[in-house]
Write a protein that binds this ligand. Sequence first.
Ligand code: PMP
Ligand code: GLN
Length: 393
Amino acid sequence: MSSVAKRLQPFGTTIFSEMTALAVKHNAVNLAQGFPDFDGPDLAKNAAKEAIDAGHSQYARMFGVPKLNAAIAGAFSKRLANPADPDAHITITSGCTEALPATFLGLINPGDEVILFEPFYDSYRACVALAGAIPRFITLRPDSTGRFGFDEAELRGAFTDRTRAILVNTPHNPTGKVFTRAELELIASLCQKHNAIAITDEVYEHLTYEPTLPHISLASLPGMWERTVTLSSVGKSFSLTGWKIGWGIAPPNLTAGVRAAHQFLTFATATPLQFGAAAVIANPGPIVEQYRALFRRNRDVLAKALTDLGFKAFPSDGTYFIMADHSAVSARLGASDDRDLCQKMIERCGVAAIPPSVFYENREHGKPFVRFAYCKKAETIDLAVQRLATLAK
Ligand code: PMP
Ligand code: GLN
């Protein structure tokens, strides 16, 4: 019998740990867990080293090193009608991964309903369980262009008097969807109608590739700042996933909830790394544009290779992931579902990917799909493409 608490038993070990361990064991190209295979900017690293040398090694202020709060307020305020206040509105957390449970535990009561879009980043479902909330799911499905979208009537129907929150992840992991202004306006109007809050996960905020589909923060829409907690982190934007520096931005009444939980989850996060993050957020230079150009190139190379092999690759307008339908390839390889396909790809050609059924409440819905990460050096993607080509035989 498992000794894990009942509320966490259903979730097992995350798919990211599982697939990376498998990739290491088989010496595979790891297009599974989403992390770059190149280092973050020297500016951030040098500022963190200087902070260590200057003796910044004790606890940081509970809600963040002032320099970092100020840098985030400066960057985020560009999107808002009113500027964000560094001390009143911003809480620094240990990655977006900590900001999520801090927000759930601090603002959601047991029995409250929370709307999630599926496929969902796996920690959302666990956060709902930790908070004792009741999840409602809206399934994103590909339309005729292959872009993932949702049914308006279904979303309207999911909101009830018991809805406390909706979680919106844009750009969206794992589909690569960037929510449109019209979609966000609908979500905003339903939040206001039902007096619900929005929690937005914007960790891929800088990684969009189509000029017609820019990233839009829900909090920037009329009437939404008052009811939105905006979450993000430095991991994806600056190739610093191991630093685990994230944040929540919200008006004071919602910030109070985030901090009420954060102070008991971690209290504060690594002080010198906050100085490093502040340096690069305050002065990002061309680095984000360089990453975007690399990822756009990788996305196009990988999408073409997947299509040539018989995958149906869906458009990835943001993030660093491509979702693809693997039905035709699996039929050829004799793979029974997404997990089986990922196992066979690692063993037969040395390329690891993620089976996305774990991102669905009804796992059947995710079985036709597979997710590939393209946040790698160009040569890593080229090597993966060479290896995948052996699947054609
Ligand atoms: N949200 C999404 C959608 C993600 O893909 C990830 C993966 N890193 C996270 C949150 C976690 O962010 P962090 O690394 O800052 O904890
Ligand atoms: N966000 C990354 C992904 O989706 C993984 C993060 C993690 O390993 N927890 O691949």
